[in-house]
Ligand binder design. Sequence first.
Ligand SMILES: *[C@@H]1O[C@H](CO)[C@@H](O)[C@H](O)[C@H]1NC(C)=O
Ligand SMILES: *[C@@H]1O[C@H](CO)[C@@H](O)[C@H](O)[C@H]1NC(C)=O
Ligand SMILES: *[C@@H]1O[C@H](CO)[C@@H](O)[C@H](O)[C@H]1NC(C)=O
Ligand SMILES: *[C@@H]1O[C@H](CO)[C@@H](O)[C@H](O)[C@H]1NC(C)=O
Ligand SMILES: *[C@@H]1O[C@H](CO)[C@@H](O)[C@H](O)[C@H]1NC(C)=O
Ligand SMILES: *[C@@H]1O[C@H](CO)[C@@H](O)[C@H](O)[C@H]1NC(C)=O
Ligand SMILES: *[C@@H]1O[C@H](CO)[C@@H](O)[C@H](O)[C@H]1NC(C)=O
Length: 406
Amino acid sequence: MQGGHYFLLLFVGPLVSVSIACSTEHANQTTFDVSDYGAVSGGHIDDSEAFLKAWNAACASETENPTLIVPPKRFLLNPIVFSGPCRAKNINFLIFGRLLAPDSPGAWKELDPSQWLAFNGVSGLNIAGPGRINGRGKAWWDQSCRDHPRLVGCSTLAPTAVKLVSCKNSSISEIHFVNSSQTHVLIRDCDGINIENVLIEAPERSPNTDGIHISASHNVVITNAIIGTGDDCVSIGDHTSNIAISYVKCGPGHGISIGSLGRSGNFVQVENIHVSKVYLQGTTNGARIKTWQVGRGYVRRVTFEHIFFRSVKNPIIIDQNYCNKSDACKEMETGVHITDVSFNQLYGTSSSRVAVNLNCSRSVACTSIYLKSIYLRSALAGQNVTSNCTNAHGVAFGVIQPDPCL
Ligand SMILES: *[C@@H]1O[C@H](CO)[C@@H](O)[C@H](O)[C@H]1NC(C)=O
Ligand SMILES: *[C@@H]1O[C@H](CO)[C@@H](O)[C@H](O)[C@H]1NC(C)=O
Ligand SMILES: *[C@@H]1O[C@H](CO)[C@@H](O)[C@H](O)[C@H]1NC(C)=O
Ligand SMILES: *[C@@H]1O[C@H](CO)[C@@H](O)[C@H](O)[C@H]1NC(C)=O
Ligand SMILES: *[C@@H]1O[C@H](CO)[C@@H](O)[C@H](O)[C@H]1NC(C)=O
Ligand SMILES: *[C@@H]1O[C@H](CO)[C@@H](O)[C@H](O)[C@H]1NC(C)=O
Ligand SMILES: *[C@@H]1O[C@H](CO)[C@@H](O)[C@H](O)[C@H]1NC(C)=O
């Protein structure tokens, strides 16, 4: 099993076939090419106004499937918000070309620094490739407070490349995301989202460049994704349910994470999270749940299954004592209850000694944790791996290595 890529079904490529009706009658216009609205290709002139005009026309269109088209060229876009609701039930945003973010944070002067391309309140939105969205985040990384804490005027917040907020029945497919200044794709307050065949790439050392972050959303499917960034490949935040993640290759990065949850002492509600067929390579974490002691509420009905690790630092980890000051978390009476979590058929190698770490709180212990069919070895020759359970209760079944602590 070692070596070799285990999931051959991963693919990313220009697989869409599009048929575009070239109607020119304005009233029934179905395609809205940004070039017809004044966008100038080349990547040197800001085209956000032209994109907004094309979007507004498509969004107001009475035809069934209005389609905004970005031709196969380069376009520079300043921060922009595409707002809904639109008149049609579905609206397509078809990117054949490349969208480039401004290469300097100066372009955000007086604008919301948390976003670059935002879609707000749109239903039936289909963002499709085969195009590329380049956040050109380097200048933001260079002024990040995390990496440069002593820098005067450093930023804790940088723009997310694509943000979908308050959306329904939407999808993102066949897009290649690179170098976002912070999170690449953020889904918030949405219901019914499909993300498939995406490739997301940023340097291992880029700060907070999560691949996909989901919060306050339900019924989200992520499948066939290749993600390698400086932070979580996929992270799942609070108020989320019915999330299915499968056929993901992750690395470098921080793995597939549920959390961190409950930071502000809020009541956490996370349930029905299913992660399967994931290959993690050289990541800091594999299957992870992390919560703050100050939080309340629950995380329940979570499955991580059919996962293959290659040299992952913490392949299986629940950290209910998560905090931002290392080794200085005071013990509290509160906690997020983590229950009904199953780790099933997890194989591969760990680059640290503790391959299974279930670190739960004394006051709100983890319950109904299942470890089934697990075989983890050390990535280092001659080393052993162990598991370490603290306040974790459940059942281990068919765990070959490390010796289960449940
Ligand atoms: C628009 O489409 C409708 C129905 O498909 C048709 O009845 C109408 O004549 C069309 N209008 C124009 C301006 O083409
Ligand atoms: C979303 O899709 C579901 C199922 O296809 C449909 O019943 C529902 O009306 C759609 N919602 C919106 C807002 O389009
Ligand atoms: C992403 O950023 C890094 C660091 O600036 C750079 O080396 C790399 O070429 C960029 N990737 C792309 C596809 O632009
Ligand atoms: C468990 O969490 C506590 C508090 O953060 C920490 O001190 C301890 O080292 C952790 N144990 C393991 C095995 O990671
Ligand atoms: C840690 O988190 C707390 C609570 O969110 C916050 O008040 C504090 O400033 C943070 N400390 C650091 C070092 O980030
Ligand atoms: C690994 O475990 C085996 C069997 O328990 C033991 O003989 C060996 O000394 C251990 N190796 C290390 C490096 O701890
Ligand atoms: C588990 O972790 C605790 C610290 O959280 C440590 O005291 C203990 O020795 C560890 N047990 C094993 C078996 O590694």
